[in-house]
Design a protein around this ligand. Sequence first.
Ligand code: FAD
Ligand code: EPU
Length: 345
Amino acid sequence: MVNSVPASLKPFNTFGVEATCDELISFNDEQSIQNWLKAEKPALDSLFILGGGSNLLLLGHSPLTFLQANIKGIEYCEQKSDNDVLVTAGAGVNWHQLVLDSLDQGYSGLENLSLIPGNVGAAPIQNIGAYGVELQDLFVSLRAIELATGKLKEFAGEDCQFGYRDSIFKKELRGRFVITQVTLRLSKKLQPNIEYGPLKQLFNDEPVVTAKQVSNAVIAIRQSKLPDPAQLGNAGSFFKNPVVTEEQYQTLLDAFPELVAYPVGSGHYKIAAGWLIEKAGLKGYREGEAGVHEKQALVLVNYGHASGQDILQVAKQVRDKVLELFGIKLEPEVWIIGEQQIFSS
Ligand code: FAD
Ligand code: EPU
């Protein structure tokens, strides 16, 4: 257990903003989390669970204790069937390292989710997804400690209520559990999924032979448009792609025939928020040290010395302009710590 009081969070957020919290405690195993909870009996609203900090916007000082489940370890378990392999990884394992490790072992399944920043423990929170695959497609179970009681609990897929960038851990169980390990189902035989537009184009009808090929293609596409947080602070997509009804979609399409949207079933459409922001003239928009990325309008960036408030200011500008032009209220994907209310209602 490593304890810092008070703690700088600058190294723990990929926006790279200056921020602090009352205390940051990093745990290496489940038992030490349970012991600490038993000894301290902390109020739940005084705690925040930190992963790799790649989906957070921190606003100055948070008067909270940040807990990090820095639990390592990756274990594979071949199943009786010819094809299946289960992998269990600790919450503190870097997600992309897990992807690379599984590919090196010769197992497929995680290749489309290559290069997503952050740790394994956070992956179920928003059901991470990219290039046609979501965590829920591979998910078997997770283990988590209930902060109020210190009890270990196992969650199967149906318990997690996964949806697009959503799970029960963002709703009724928000802030209630610290995830300690995640188990996923991988395959020995590759079933490539290259239906996502840019991925399909890259393969250009060439046969896909290995999962590593798919992973390399995903990495190349991501690197061509998403900024590397080590070079330019960011948290990936700042907003979620809005999902609208068929009626709303038709109204928008009549007004903007070039609208980019995809059917997502049950009469709903997912609108490309990056397109809305670009159409609103905000791609590359900059206010001092914060701005909208030049290559991907859904990504907000820190040019070096932005504060959390500077980035929030740009986010509000984007939200207001999109609302004014299209009547759509963008919802942040990023967790805004310190001013949660500003985007609601
Ligand atoms: P953090 O940002 O530290 O935390 C995120 C949330 O998870 C917080 O609510 C936190 O309290 C909670 N949390 C973290 N760890 C735990 C735990 N052990 N137990 C309980 N709660 C926990 N996301 C995608 O889905 N797809 C993408 O393609 C994608 N691309 C990205 C590209 C870039 C360049 C960046 C910077 C981000 C991208 N993201 C993407 C967002 C981000 O990578 C994911 O949301 C990731 O899962 C966050 O992991 P983290 O460990 O950094 O979590
Ligand atoms: N587009 C524009 N202008 C832009 C950006 C996008 O017009 O500046 C349009 C283009 O038509 C493009 C379409 O939007 O074809 C979709 O863009 P892209 O393929 O880049 O994906 P996205 O919808 O912007 C989502 C996820 C990403 C994920 C990619 C790939 C969300 C909120 N974001 O982005 O996840 O990597 O798809 O699957 O769903 C993240 O969550 O942080 C993240 C990066």
